[in-house]
Design a protein around this ligand. Sequence first.
Ligand SMILES: O=C(O)CCC(=O)C(=O)O
Ligand SMILES: [Fe+2]
Length: 344
Amino acid sequence: MTTSVPHRQSPDAPAQTLARIDLPDAVRDALGRQLAAEPDPQPDIDRATTRYLQIFATLPTGLLQQILDFGRHADTPGVGYVRNLPVDPELPATPTDGGPAGGKRSYVAEGVLLGLSGLLGEPVGFLTEKNGQLIHDVVPVPSGATSQTNQGSTVFLNFHNDIVHDAGGRYDVSNPDFLVLNCLRADHEGVAATHYADARDIARALDAHTLEVLRSPLFRLNAPGSYVRDVAGGSEVLSDPVGLIGGPQDAPEISSSANGVRALTKEAEAALDRLQAACREAAHEVHLRPGEALLINNRKGLHARTRFTPRYDGADRWLQRTYVRRNQWPIRHRQAAGSRRVHH
Ligand SMILES: O=C(O)CCC(=O)C(=O)O
Ligand SMILES: [Fe+2]
């Protein structure tokens, strides 16, 4: 029912783990019945997340503990793959403008997304990402098809973590601790895959010198594509020089921008290339399907998305996403007026 299985990519790769969490049918159906009775969570998010916590607390103890341990411990896997979740009986068309979608008549998907999120922390929003919404629609958008953002489709979305521009110069501080991705629709051909490379596995795949370079402040991250596009008029906005990897050897934290990393020396440039190769080697690959969700630790590893072909016909790939923080206190200075969980 709940297992954490070794996931070997190649004979040379070290054993890795991805937490697999499969709901029994009866549990799925009981969750689905309760979530279907709940209204749109967005008008009163604090009440809604409280109610979802009550519903998700009825999960079998072992399964619930596995999700809680995923969120609270340093030594647990960086990615959790949850399957056999309840789904909405019907869905409106996949939005083509980045969302939100109109005409949704039930809120099972939102309940799954926020219920899982609530076991990890608190959903938060940023005004520069999806206008501060708490439920993000990750859908292909025509104008962003080749961009290094979640609107992209026809290009590989590079290994990255989700970062947030900060005037202090560090983009890996105010950002979410976790992302939850819940799949409402797969892409037409079923080929889009989400990859996750755990920094512990990445470090094992690299030589000591490369790792030392990656731990040195020789890199500047470009701000997220949405920030560069909407706030900076398309110009790069680089972070302070940072190391891409930090922290203890057995529990490293990693950060990298999808939208471009400037290496400050030739050696740093070479290390960056080796990092990308190590990510490809270490990556878990998941083809998300309706009723499946990914829990992504945004500090323990980097994620990526393979290319796919959108049709913009209302039946394209559609994920709902949250940004989750375990603690909003360190980012309280960014709080937007009139909101407890939306930040500048
Ligand atoms: O589309 C995906 O599978 C992941 C996209 C992504 O990087 C994100 O939503 O942060
Ligand atoms: Fe991402």
